[in-house]
Design a protein around this ligand. Sequence first.
Ligand SMILES: Nc1ncnc2c1ncn2[C@@H]1O[C@H](COP(=O)(O)OP(=O)(O)OP(=O)(O)O)[C@@H](O)[C@H]1O
Length: 608
Amino acid sequence: MWPPDRPDLKMRLVWATVLLFVAKAVLVLVPYFFKWATDALAGDATTRPPLPDFLLVPVMLVIAYNALRIIQLGFNQLRDALFARVGQHAVRQLAYRTFVHMHELSLRFHLERRTGGLSRIIERGTKGIETIVRYTMLAMAPTVLEFALTAGIFAFAYGWTYVAVIAVTVWLYVWFTVKVSDWRIGIRREMNDSDTEANTKAIDSLLNYETVKYFNNEKMEAERFDRSMARYEKAATMTWVSIGWLNFGQGVIFGGGMTAIMVLSAREVMAGTQTVGDFVFVNAMLMQLAQPLNFIGMIYREIRQGLTDIEKMFDLLAVRREVFDRPDAVPLEVTSGRVEFRDVRFAYDPERPILKGVSFEVPAGKTVAIVGPSGAGKSTISRLLFRFYDVQSGNILIDGQEIGAVTQDSLRAAIGMVPQDTVLFNDTIAYNIRYGRVDAAPEEVRQAADLAQIGAFIQRLPDGYDTTVGERGLKLSGGEKQRVAIARTILKAPPILILDEATSALDSHTEREIQSALDLVSKGRTTIVIAHRLSTIVSADEIIVLKDGQIAERGRHAALLAERGLYASMWNRQREASEAEERLRIAREEDEEGVIVRRRTPEVAPGE
Ligand SMILES: Nc1ncnc2c1ncn2[C@@H]1O[C@H](COP(=O)(O)OP(=O)(O)OP(=O)(O)O)[C@@H](O)[C@H]1O
């Protein structure tokens, strides 16, 4: 609200505050004009109002009374307009900080988060802040001021009995409001929690659209969603019902106080100690007091609600970052791009070690392949090099610099990653490729696509580079998505490259295309290939066979085959599989060429 680098916003805040007090001062004058007009019309003024002569005519008093009301309204609107930017700026700052913080949090946090619930918490939090900023600033202080002024006027003009009645009424009113509002907070929390839960379920279910369909579970999903909505419905209904009770209770208390004061004044008018104008004045003043009182009730309620709404967002802001730059972190200086793992130990969960002392080196510009059974910890190696997690012990070095001692920014700028499962942004192909280097020219984007062997495919699309790829890129095939990922890594042009090969089998033609694209990208770069298909790494400078978090074998392809160990057996298994696939392919081609294979298959019904 008081941003150090924005004097314009500070000025606005000052003016809004000034206007606010001026408007309140004008407001207190309004009932006086009402009283003077009434007395002038009834012809029973006891004292002469402190006004210039020309205003003393009843018509002029009526006009002045209404003019003041309009002026006061104008001041209020002007104040709101001035304040709007200050308040919105504060809201934006907070939303921005939350967003940045979300990106600073670790992969661990993001793997565990629930997108739907998270977005709801942030949405509610920023709204809550807006409410709090608005109400505390613009309402609390001036309302208290208005209340003090009104009480002062009553005491001065009509005596302490009036003040006592008002004081009791206000005390009751505030006490009741606080009690009921505090009770309502529980309901509000329940409402928020069920809202978050419903949204989490809805988003998770929609993200898994295909799986839901594969298993015909639409009905179950709808019921699950409806169950959480039912909880929300109950809590939301309670909120509305309880607010009805709150308003009614407040009305009863205020009405009681008002009756007492008006009876007091009516008796004095009958006794001749007050004029009709006084009676009207007392009424107008009380009506005017109703507004700030009501406001105090509302402010208290809104602020409590706002605080409830933002508590989850502040919890989120309080989540500690797992990976952060050391205070003395310096930018990584890549000279040749040599990568070294020294006795690296790591576990996602302390009780289950994943890497148990892994050491290897990738000389500058060379390619090292990491292979091994599923779950051996291959992808974990790439996550550690990218510093998604910090190692428990051991060191990871790039050109002799410990990756934990350099800035994350510079580290990640030096490494290119083609992940196992490429997920794209739901935007155009051009946007997704340019993501590798956002200032790349269209020509560079096209070149990168050509190098990644996807340029021709894109050009054949009706919308070309402007084709949108759908949610998470699902409108593209697995192979196409991977080539988009390769194209954007080409644009990034990093000195070090991690290629996490896709597990899903691509057809051999696509695989060859992708392989040649990858060979092109990795030329002259330090490359770590996490391989599932051994055929792609035959020419690697070193192959590391990982098993149960340890290096079981290492060496070049031919040497490892000669060892007849784990690598050799993996190789033989894959070769048998690919030979079987090859035989199937030949059979299919013969079929297409007219050798009618189908007639010989047993599925043909007898007699056909
Ligand atoms: N975020 C995580 N939290 C806890 N455990 C994890 C996490 N990520 C991976 N693991 C576990 O760590 C082990 C190694 O995972 P990793 O992804 O490195 O295996 P991988 O060798 O790449 O396997 P694959 O060949 O199937 O991709 C697995 O058993 C996995 O269940």
